[in-house]
Design a protein around this ligand. Sequence first.
Ligand code: GDP
Ligand code: GDP
Length: 491
Amino acid sequence: MFAKIALVGRPNVGKSTLFNRLIRSNRAITHDMPGVTRDRMEGIVRGRNKRPFGIIDTGGITLDGHAAVAEGPAGIRGFEAEILRQAEEAIAECVAVCLVVDGREGLLPFDEHLASYLRRTGKPVLVVVNKVDGIEKEDVLTAEFHILGFPVLAVSAEHGHNLRWLESEMRDLLPEEDEDGIDDDAADATAVAIADADAETEDGASASETEEDITEETVEDEPEAPLRLCMLGRPNAGKSSLVNALTGTNRMIVSDVAGTTRDSVDVAFEKDGLSYTFVDTAGVRRRSRITDTVERYSVNSSLKSTTKAHVTLLVLDAVEGITSQDKRLIELLDERKTPFMVLVNKMDLVPAKAREDGKRNFRDLLNFCQHVPLLFVSAKTGYELRSIVPLAARIRRECSVRIPTGQLNRAMEEVITRHQPPVVRRVRPKFYYMTQAESQPPTFVLFVNDADRIQAPYAKYIEKSLRRLFGIEHAPMRVHFRSSHKKNSEK
Ligand code: GDP
Ligand code: GDP
C-alpha cells in the first residue's frame, strides 16, 4: 500500500478536478453545483521514476447551500460537520493533507476552520490555492492564504497550471519510506528516482500540460547545489556572447543572424573553485517572433526557463534600449517574484559622451523595481563582467534568508516607532506582530488591527526598512498586511 495524501476542502473548490488531473484520468465527475452527492474517491499518482502515492478526494457532500457559512465552531452547520467528519476519516489514514481552497473566492471562514482543525492533527499540510488560471494572478490570489500558516501553492486544476510542481510538493510531504511501511516496489521506484532525478515525467502527463504549466522543473533550494543561472533577452542582445565570455568557452555559436543557437543547452562552468550552470541557454532564441500568439507563448516559455534557475539574467541591448516585450518580461519577473538582474550589454558601442545619459535612461525605465540590480556590461570588451556571478550568488543567498520571529518583532517596533503609520479615516493603524511566512522569496506577514488602513507609501516604507535591516537588498520580497484582533502571546 502506498502512503496517502488527503484532498480536503469546501465543496466546489475543485477537489475532484484536481484529483482527476493528479491521477491523470477523467473518472471523477466534476460538477458546478455544490451539494451533489459523491463517494469518496481514491487514486494513485504515478510518475516515471517517481515514488507513487495515493490520494483521497474527500468529496461527498450531501447537503447544498454552502454560501452562508457562519463564523465560529458553534456556527458550523450540518453539512460542514459532515465535511469535517469525512475529512477526519480520510486524514486518519493519510500521512499528509492538501487543503484545497478557491483563489477566486478568497479565504472563507470555513477554510480557516478546516485549517485549524488540520493544524491540530499535526500532519503536514499544504494549502493548494486552486482556480488561479493565469500566472500573473498568482501573487494577488494567494496572498491572503499565508495567514493559515502553511506552505501555499497556486494551481489551476482546470488549466493544468503548476500541477507538476504540486505533485513534487506532495511527494515532499511523504515521510521517509522506511518509516511508513511502504512496500518494496515503491522503495525501488524511489531508488530509481534518486538515481535519475532529472528524468522527464511520464508521457501520460502531457494531457495535463498546457502553456501555463511553467513550473514543472522548479529548482530546489539546497544551499550546496551549484548556482543555476538563466539568460533571457531578445535575439542578438548578446546572451550567447555573455555566456561565452563568462564561462571562457566557445561552445555556443555566436552569429549576427537571429536564431543561430538552436538546441537547449545547459552550460556548466567553474569559477574560483565553485561550480555554476547556465540552464536552457538556447531556448531563449525561439522567443523572438512577434505575432500575437507566439508572443504569448514566448513570455510563457521565458518564464519557464526562469523556474529552472536560481537567478535570471535579463539581457538588454544598450543601443536598442528597452522594447515593450522587454518591459513586459521585466514586469512579469517582478510580479512573479523571480530573483533576477538586468544586464545592459554592448556598452562598448555607446559613445563615451552618451554613456551617463544612457545609463540614466535605463535606470528611470526600471525605476518600478528598484531592488533589481542593473549592470552595464560588454561581452566584447569584458567590461564589468566580473560583478555578474558574485551578484547572482548574493541574490540567491538573500532569497533563502530566514529571520527569527523575535528579531523581526524587535525590528518592527523600531521601524514603527521611528515613523508611525499615518492616520487613515481618523484611525491610526495598530501593529500587533509579524512573522516570516516563507522564504524563496522572503515573505513577511504583518498583523494589524485593520489592514485596509495601511497605505501604499507606508507599505513601501516597511519593505524598505526590512530590506535595510536584514540585508535583503536585491532579492524579491513579499510583505503582506493582515487584519487581526489578537495579539501574539509569544512576543
Ligand atoms: P469539488 O467540489 O471541490 O470537488 O470541486 P469540483 O472539482 O467539482 O469543481 C467545482 C467547479 O470548479 C467545477 O465547475 C470545475 O470545473 C471548476 N474548477 C475546478 N478547477 C478549476 C480551475 O482551476 N479554474 C476554474 N476556473 N475552475 C475550476
Ligand atoms: P544572442 O542572440 O542574445 O545570443 O546574441 P549573440 O551573443 O549571438 O550576439 C549577437 C551579436 O551581437 C553578435 O554579432 C555579437 O558579436 C554581438 N555582441 C554581443 N555582445 C556584444 C558586445 O558587448 N559588444 C558588441 N559590440 N557586440 C556584441
